[in-house]
Design a binder for this molecule. Structure first.
Ligand SMILES: [Zn+2]
Ligand SMILES: [Zn+2]
Length: 177
């Protein structure tokens, strides 16, 4: 069975992480626990962009976690970027351990809409599944409605389902770790 450690990195208080972990565990048939790691995420802050360098945080997760096969999912409320991109919702290592997502651009208030903790949780759940899907070796899926569909805008996240399609799902469920 796959083990996943959900690591709050100044995560949004509106996300109840224990509940979130239980829901992830159900869809992925994995053991998901919430645990703190001393990740110095301030060091990933880029003052000129006012954003956090996602790749640096992934590296910090790997450097801080005990060795092993447990997958690492960082959850942060900070806006993430990679040098070539304006922003990203999340990032993952393909077929490897570490991934992260940010709730920063998943909040309705960022777009001048009424806050909705329901939407925030729903979008966050999809992003967590999506990034974890990459760590299982899944690439973007374009053929079917699937949580592995690529998302550029928050609307793209709202459109896709919170589940893996018939071609992606076996990759998750056949995983050995
Ligand atoms: Zn992706
Ligand atoms: Zn798919």
């Amino acid at each position: 069975m796959t083990d996943i450690l959900l690591i709050p990195l100044e995560a949004d208080r509106d996300l109840s992480l224990d509940e979130f972990a239980a829901d992830l565990g159900q869809v992925l048939a994995a053991r998901v626990t919430v645990g703190a790691l001393p990740v110095p995420i301030r060091e990933a802050y880029d003052a000129s962009r006012r954003q956090y360098h996602s790749g640096r945080i992934l590296q910090m997760l790997l450097d801080t976690a005990p060795p092993g096969k447990t997958k690492l999912l960082g959850v942060t409320s900070h806006d993430l970027f990679l040098p070539v991109l304006t922003y990203i919702f999340g990032q993952a290592q393909l077929a490897a351990r570490a991934c992260i997502f940010s709730s920063f651009r998943l909040r309705n208030d960022l777009y001048g809409l009424a806050p909705s903790s329901h939407l925030l949780r729903r979008r966050s759940f999809k992003e967590a599944l999506h990034e974890l899907g990459h760590t299982y070796g899944l690439r973007h899926c374009a053929d079917e409605p699937c949580v592995m569909n690529a998302s550029t805008y928050v609307e793209d996240i709202d459109i896709k389902p919170a589940e893996f399609c018939a071609s992606c799902s076996p990759v998750i469920h056949r995983a050995e770790f």
